[in-house]
Design a protein around this ligand. Structure first.
Ligand code: NAD
Length: 695
């Protein structure tokens, strides 16, 4: 199918390129664009060329599926196309609407004039993939918007509204109507020779100081990544003759392309987009209508889930067990909005509009017509049973019955109803209105329609939905268990909670396990361990966290946990009480503390995740390794620049991972089963394979 249309408007050739969904500049598009430009150049009747995108946008940029493949450099490559535009003897006007990003903006920067619709957003987001704009963006943008703005746009990767750029030389006109019409009008006025961006001098006397200040700001970013610094190097090189600056940019681009950070960020990008795919479902599987919802339980999670629905404009019946709890839930929801208003993210009238979508109730009789009901009552099978028995009685036929359980058996919960096919797990993460991850737990009986509807609901609530099979903890919390096991064993062996947290945070994880425990409440995992001890004979887990809970040190909510918080929640301080507790615990175990290195901490924590991830894959709990990565990237603060635990293991090399696991297996302390190699990990290591097909 042709991607480019060519039409003549008097003496103007209007070239429109189109490649859904975002007009990516794939090789096919580039070839057709080059041919259209050549045709316009050759046609003596054409005086001006207008270049624009179809589908309501200019372009989302280069086709990143081509990155690292021969298609990326197949001629005409993007830099050649851009040079063709810039060197054209006939003026080229870019007519911009919607989005103009990455390679799309680099193409527009080479045009001689740019006209944009007011609502268009323009940006160079390459840094978010660990790269820099590699087709002249670092050289042309500073010439048109100035060094300061170019640094901000290129190192943040954030798009900027056309109206903000209207005063810069980047945009000749910003219009409310159709930018192509405005471009055609401009074509009748501007008759001079083409203005080439490469010939615009970079006039910034404070270039060195601005670049130094920007580098200084990046020093404080965590994790520290190479790409933003290389962006600044390239922008600074824009003061040199144009072709020299381009060469600096090119070299940096090629090096960054090979960097582990960029490989990881690109993996994360594709992993997230692939997470919604369910291989064994017919493409024709239709979702059920979903216009109304009910939430059972207005505690921490129920309140957050309700806010998610309200933001999507979906009315909610909110059901509680008594009036005081219901009032408490409404106050909690109001509190979430108060916070948003304080931060200037929401207005009073919008808050009132959203709150009006809630129908608080104490009666199951009033919620029966909801299309979906999400249960968020305490994590106890007895309470879940009473709720699902009631739901089975009152909900209309076809309603979806969802549970937010973190660890309980969704199949058993489905068994409390006479319609197990309508039951699914929708596992939100706390705070539910903020965290992007949604684990959709597919029960043995869950019907394809219910699964598809739950996945689509994820999208509507602006979540990243990942399918998990049924097991204790699903993908994320199941992997967390061996991770936490190692954290506690490490402390028993000699590390302090502060050292463990600092080591894994230096690796890039947003928050270490002890700080997380104090934040979410150490009593939550205590209750889960008590259940597991009762259910699993021979269950092995350090008793250190139980002893902490026995002291009432549940975390921030009880004034202290692993840490003390004399200066507030943001400032955890080592606790004398905990130091004594740990010393007494080690003495009871007969352990003499040893020096534990930071690298041992990181490897034990991360490889515990990897080993369990491998088992999860073998059991089919996760469909693909990249889904596991998405769960950890979006729900557990794993650093995107590491690509997720499975991708990270691939980069290290599975043979190396297995060798290190073998060393840990020789450690006499802890649970020996932890380091029995997962069969999939061992066989991939033997065959030189990888989890994600990369590495
Ligand atoms: P919570 O204790 O904050 O809230 C539970 C609410 O349910 C309370 O308001 C309580 O009054 C209400 N309730 C109790 N029995 C009820 C009944 N029979 N009918 C109606 N309401 C009833 O608990 P939470 O932290 O919001 O957790 C709820 C569920 O979400 C649990 O299954 C939990 O495992 C899961 N979960 C929690 C988190 C988290 O971080 N808190 C994260 C993911 C999933």
């Amino acid at each position: 199918m042709p991607h480019v249309t060519y039409r003549l408007h008097h003496t103007v050739a209007v070239i429109t390129f189109s490649s859904p969904p975002v007009n990516g500049l794939s090789h096919a598009v580039r070839s057709e664009l080059a041919a259209a430009l050549a045709r316009a150049t050759a046609d003596s009747g054409v005086r001006t060329i207008v270049l624009t995108g179809g589908n309501g946008l200019f372009s989302g940029g280069a086709d990143i599926r081509e990155f690292g493949t021969p298609a990326m450099v197949r001629e005409p490559h993007l830099r050649q196309l851009i040079e063709m535009v810039e060197m054209s003897d006939k003026p080229v006007i870019a007519a911009i609407t919607g989005l103009c990003l990455g390679g799309g903006l680099e193409l527009a920067l080479a045009a001689h004039y740019r006209v944009s619709s007011a609502g268009a957003r323009l940006g160079l987001p390459e840094v978010k993939l660990g790269l820099l704009p590699g087709a002249g963006g670092t050289q042309r943008l500073p010439r048109l918007v100035g060094v300061e703005m170019a640094i901000s746009m290129i190192t943040s990767g954030e798009p900027v509204l056309a109206t903000v750029l209207a005063k810069t030389a980047l945009l000749d006109r910003v219009v409310d109507g159709d930018p192509v019409a405005a471009a055609l009008e401009l074509a009748t006025i501007e008759t001079g020779p083409p203005r080439r961006t490469r010939d615009v001098p970079l006039s910034e006397p404070n270039l060195a100081a601005l670049c130094a200040a920007a580098r200084g700001r990046l020093e404080f970013r965590r994790p520290r990544l190479p790409a933003p610094l290389r962006c600044i190097d390239a922008i600074e090189a824009a003061a040199r003759p144009f072709d020299e600056g381009l060469a600096v940019e090119r070299q940096a681009f090629l090096e960054l392309m090979q960097s582990p950070e960029s490989k990881a960020l690109r993996h994360a990008f594709f992993a997230e987009r692939g997470a919604g795919k369910i291989d064994d479902l017919a493409a024709s599987t239709a979702a059920r209508p979903l216009e109304t919802a009910a939430v059972i339980g207005a505690g921490t999670m129920g309140a957050g889930i309700t806010v998610c629905f309200l933001e999507a404009g979906i009315p909610v019946w909110l059901l509680e067990s008594d009036q005081a709890a219901l009032d408490g839930g409404m106050t909690r929801i109001g509190g979430i909005y108060d916070g948003q208003i304080k931060r200037g993210k929401l207005g009073e009238s919008e808050r009132n509009r959203r709150m009006a979508l809630i129908s608080p109730t104490l009666s199951y009789g009033s919620i029966g017509q909801a299309d979906i009901v999400i249960e968020a009552v305490p994590e106890s099978m007895e309470i879940k049973q009473s709720v699902f028995t009631a739901l089975d009685r009152v909900m209309k036929p076809g309603a979806i019955l969802a549970t937010n359980t973190s660890t309980l058996d969704v199949n058993r919960i489905a068994g409390f109803t006479r319609r197990p096919g309508d039951v699914v797990g929708t596992h939100f993460f706390s705070p539910a209105n903020v965290m992007r991850l949604l684990e959709v737990v597919r029960g043995t009986a869950t019907t394809p329609e219910v699964l598809v509807t739950a996945m689509q609901l994820g999208k509507r609530l602006k979540k990243v939905a990942v399918v998990s099979g049924v097991c204790d903890g699903f993908i994320g919390n199941r992997m967390l268990e061996p991770y936490l096991k190692q954290a506690f064993y490490l402390v028993e062996e000699g590390a302090s909670p502060g050292q463990v947290d600092a080591a894994i945070e230096a690796f890039g994880v947003a928050m270490g396990p002890f700080r997380v425990g104090d934040l979410v409440g150490n009593d939550v995992s205590w209750a889960i361990r008590q259940r597991r001890r009762a259910e699993r004979p021979g269950y092995l887990f350090s008793t250190l966290p139980d002893r902490l809970c026995e002291l009432g040190r549940f975390g921030q909510k009880s004034g202290g946990g692993w840490y003390d918080y004399p200066d507030g929640p943001r400032n955890p301080m080592a606790s004398r009480v905990v130091e004594h507790l740990i010393a007494a615990h080690r003495a009871e175990l007969g352990l003499t503390p040893r020096q534990v290195s930071d690298s041992e901490i990181v490897d034990r924590l991360v490889y515990a995740l990897v080993s369990e991830g491998a088992r999860i894959l073998t059991e089919g709990i996760a469909a693909r390794a990249s889904d596991i990565d998405v769960v950890y990237l979006t729900g557990y603060g794993f650093p995107a620049s590491r690509g997720g635990p499975m991708f990270h293991a691939d980069l290290i090399g599975l043979e190396n991972v297995c060798r290190r696991i073998g060393e840990f297996a020789a450690n006499p302390h802890g649970d020996p089963a932890c380091w029995t190699p997962a069969p999939l990990l061992a066989s991939l290591a033997d065959s030189g394979g990888s989890f994600t097909g990369q590495g």
